[in-house]
Design a protein around this ligand. Structure first.
Ligand code: HEC
Ligand code: HEC
Ligand code: HEC
Ligand code: HEC
Length: 156
């Protein structure tokens, strides 16, 4: 290839990579941060959520019932009663990730680390859809899951 064209192509590529910060952002690892980390910027959602949503205390439900359950059975509760269990950057154990032991903002909005660092709404889920709820509010549990009327009931 003509050397001059080659150099032009190369500098164009370098220019493209550096002029789109999102290229670099996407490589950063996202992870769950816990509801308290949203408070400084979203008090209007945080306060009613912590006060009224049972999710904000969902780990207590495990603790209340864990007597007589095996360790495996208790871990079975984590999928729905904690935040991001078995997902990248999610709940591991109450000792290692105490800030993620209750189901919080990020079960609906997705992991918040990059959003918090950038304050960019593009890095958080806004359009919360019913399939997100159904990961935990599964068919057998809720006979008639009427999404519209209750969408705000579990949130804020
Ligand atoms: C350092 C401040 C800051 C923190 C902390 C923060 N956010 Fe945000 N968030 C913002 C800003 C700024 C916006 C854009 C607001 C706007 O456009 O009106 C936003 C917007 C949003 C939106 C709407 C997105 C959209 O597309 O309109 C959601 C949902 C959201 N944040 C959730 C969260 C959650 C959940 C957390 C905690 C994990 C969190 N935020 C933590 C600053 C923050
Ligand atoms: C598939 C998801 C899922 C799993 C797994 C799960 N739960 Fe739940 N749990 C929910 C949902 C959703 C609710 C609230 C809505 C409802 O009552 O259906 C709930 C509610 C509860 C409540 C409150 C009941 C009430 O009416 O006050 C308790 C206590 C509870 N769960 C304990 C547990 C324990 C203990 C385990 C593990 C042995 C467990 N859950 C496993 C999703 C789950
Ligand atoms: C049960 C699911 C759920 C949980 C939990 C939840 N949200 Fe939301 N959030 C929603 C829904 C649904 C919307 C409305 C989205 C739309 O506009 O369609 C929303 C919207 C928002 C918005 C955009 C402004 C608004 O009010 O429309 C922000 C900011 C936000 N949530 C922050 C939070 C924070 C912070 C927490 C935790 C303290 C939280 N959310 C917990 C479901 C949830
Ligand atoms: C990661 C699992 C998970 C997801 C995703 C989830 N929920 Fe929940 N939700 C729970 C658990 C667990 C409880 C019960 C907490 C307890 O009582 O211990 C609950 C409780 C509720 C309740 C009971 C009322 C109250 O005071 O909290 C409503 C309503 C609800 N969720 C609506 C929703 C909606 C709507 C969505 C989707 C936008 C959703 N949830 C997504 C796990 C989840």
């Amino acid at each position: 290839m003509n050397k001059k064209i080659h150099t032009i192509c190369l500098s164009l590529l370098v220019f493209l990579v550096f002029s789109f910060p999102s290229f670099a952002e996407e490589k950063k690892e996202n992870r769950y941060m816990g509801s308290d980390s949203c408070k400084p910027c979203h008090e209007a959602q945080y306060i009613p959520f912590m006060r009224y949503a049972r999710k904000s205390r969902s780990f207590e439900s495990i603790e209340k019932m864990k007597k007589g359950l095996t360790e495996d059975e208790i871990q079975g509760c984590y999928a729905c009663h904690t935040m991001g269990y078995e997902k990248p950057g999610g709940f591991i154990s109450p000792e290692k990730t105490p800030e993620l032991k209750n189901a919080g903002c990020e079960v609906c909005h997705g992991p918040g680390k990059i959003h918090i660092e950038t304050e960019d709404p593009a890095y958080i889920i806004r359009n919360v859809t019913i399939d997100i709820c159904q990961e935990c509010h599964i068919e057998e549990r809720v006979q008639a899951f009427r999404y519209k009327p209750i969408i705000y009931a579990g949130s804020h």
